[in-house]
Design a protein around this ligand. Structure first.
Ligand code: KIV
Ligand code: ZN
Length: 525
């Protein structure tokens, strides 16, 4: 292997691994994980701070909302290459080209299925036509940018000779990155290694392009397959934060990056991820989507660095290396730190936000977040970093909401019918209503329904705690379903009912965004 000249990255050394994050595309397209424009922009900012090389920002042809998100990210985010996905048709590629054109370094990523099963049943295309479409799509994309990625969808189940011919056609047409996905999560690590070794041996031109891998987790092997591909010579890996993505998800960025860092002895590969930002990015994604990772999730799960067994605790106290293969600090875990109390001023609050990574927060958002911090500090003995993060994320993400929470009064108890009086603002107009219900949460949700009638059905209501203690903020997730579409909303507050109201309103705001999008066409990626 040698140095490769790449249009976006210049010289790519042989041990360099390019990290393509597809949280906003493969991750976002999975049920329940959809995000609105403000949320996508916030996550894209965090991905840039994390140091990813490429942000796959969306699938522009999928809907006007997807197009707008890719366009806005391309315009606003500097640092990473911004990539838009496209099938091989002309319309798809033109839409992707238009969406990424304002990026400092734009990429078009076109894909087409190459396995016998997909060609016959999904595409209904003969192999010769597929080959022609591969070359045609890459050539068209190259008219708009020098950085073109081509993917063989269902590549891991593609017949070897045909895969080689498709890859050769894509390289001849001008592709600068060739990605082989394990679309259905079927491959074993040795399969992925074999494919890349074969391509490097058999296909002329592979030595001049970046080979890439993209693995799904249906058998729980996505990260193992990614590592195997790296060892077989790929220089780009495609992954998502928290491993979100279609079905069982994609390879988790944090697991790949920490495997590379921790086992550098065995896999001498370099990447540019600022690992100490990993936890923050993972939590931001959870806040946006409403899905926490499971406690035992590697790297970012609550228990990932918790030592419960006495013998382990004893060992760690004597020497952390006895049971810790990486330090918690290296991925952003810190001891919960008491930050400020109710006497802390705006300047201290701004400094704290800076230290937590919220450099670019606007004055209005700062004022609103400061007001909520003061309210929180009045109610809660100790305000931790986690509380501030929950509060500020809530403020930043709600900035474009049409329906906003103003206040809530609830009367409840074992001797009276619970009653909630709620004030909200819809498109700037204040509205108030009182409703009774089977419990305080039910009464609150009925008040919301009275103020903003809608047909969606409540599918999930879950409550967790941001930190520990009885005065901890509750973090509530509400899932609503409308016409088969699911959205999750989140809200945090020391009062569980207020957090519930905020979560419900957040979900409603997301539904409004979804309604505004036109129905996506039948797409596959
Ligand atoms: O899983 C897959 O095959 C994909 C491609 C579009 C890269 O997501
Ligand atoms: Zn995928």
């Amino acid at each position: 292997m040698s140095v490769i000249q790449h249009p976006s990255f210049g010289e790519v050394a042989e041990d360099r691994i390019i990290i393509l994050d597809t949280t906003l595309r493969d991750g976002e397209q999975s049920p329940g994980f959809s995000m609105n424009l403000a949320e996508k922009l916030r996550l894209a900012e965090a991905l840039a701070e994390l140091g990813v090389d490429v942000i796959e920002a969306g699938f522009p042809i999928a809907s006007p909302g997807d197009f707008e998100a890719v366009r806005a990210i391309a315009e606003a985010i500097r640092g990473p290459v911004i990539c838009g996905l496209a099938r091989s048709g002309r319309e798809d590629i033109l839409r992707a080209a238009e969406a990424v054109k304002k990026a400092a370094r734009p990429r078009i990523h076109s894909f087409l299925s190459t396995s016998p099963l997909h060609m016959k049943h999904k595409l209904r295309m003969e192999p010769a036509a597929v080959l022609e479409a591969v070359a045609g799509s890459v050539m068209l994309a190259r008219r708009y940018t020098d950085d073109v990625e081509w993917s063989a969808e269902d590549g891991s189940r593609t017949e070897s000779d045909f895969l080689c011919r498709c890859v050769e056609a894509a390289i001849r047409a001008g592709a600068t990155t060739i990605n082989i996905p394990d679309t259905v999560g079927y491959a074993l690590p040795e399969d992925m290694a074999r494919i890349f070794i074969m391509l490097r041996e058999r296909v002329p031109g592979t030595e001049k392009v970046i080979l890439s891998t993209h693995n799904h987790n249906d058998l729980g092997l996505a990260v193992a397959n990614t590592i195997a591909a790296i060892r077989a010579g790929v220089r780009q890996v495609e992954c998502t934060i928290n491993g979100i993505g279609e079905r069982a998800g994609n390879a988790a960025l944090e697991e790949i990056v920490m495997a590379l860092r921790t086992r550098h002895d065995a896999i001498p590969a370099a990447n540019r991820i600022a690992t100490e930002n990993i936890l923050r990015t993972s939590r931001l994604l959870s806040t946006i989507t409403g899905f926490d990772v499971q406690p035992n999730k590697a790297i970012v799960g609550r228990n990932a660095f918790a030592h419960e067994a006495g013998i382990h605790q004893d060992g760690v106290l004597k020497h952390a290396g006895t049971y810790e293969i990486m330090t918690p600090e290296s991925v952003g875990w810190t001891r919960s730190s008491l930050v400020m109390g109710k006497h802390s001023g705006r300047a201290a609050f701004r400094n704290k936000l800076k230290a937590l990574g919220y450099d670019g927060i606007g004055d209005n958002q700062l004022n609103d977040a400061f007001r909520r911090f003061k309210e929180l500090a009045d109610r809660k003995k100790a305000v931790y970093d986690e509380d501030i993060v929950a509060l500020v994320d809530d403020e930043v993400l709600r900035a474009h909401d049409r329906i906003r929470f103003i206040s809530l009064d609830v009367h409840a108890g074992s001797r009276r019918k619970p009653e909630a009086t709620l004030e909200i603002e819809v498109d700037g107009t204040p509205l108030a209503a009182t409703a009774q219900g089977d419990g305080p949460v039910d009464a609150t949700f009925r008040a919301i329904r009275a103020l903003f009638p809608h047909d969606s059905v409540l599918r999930l209501f879950s409550v967790g705690a941001v930190t520990e203690g009885t005065d901890a903020q509750a973090r509530v997730t509400v899932r609503l379903e409308e016409n088969g579409k699911l959205v999750d909303g989140q809200g945090a507050d020391t009062d569980t009912i207020v957090a519930s109201a905020r979560a419900y309103l957040h979900a409603l705001n997301k539904l409004l965004v979804k309604r505004a999008r036109t129905e996506p066409k039948a797409l596959s990626a």
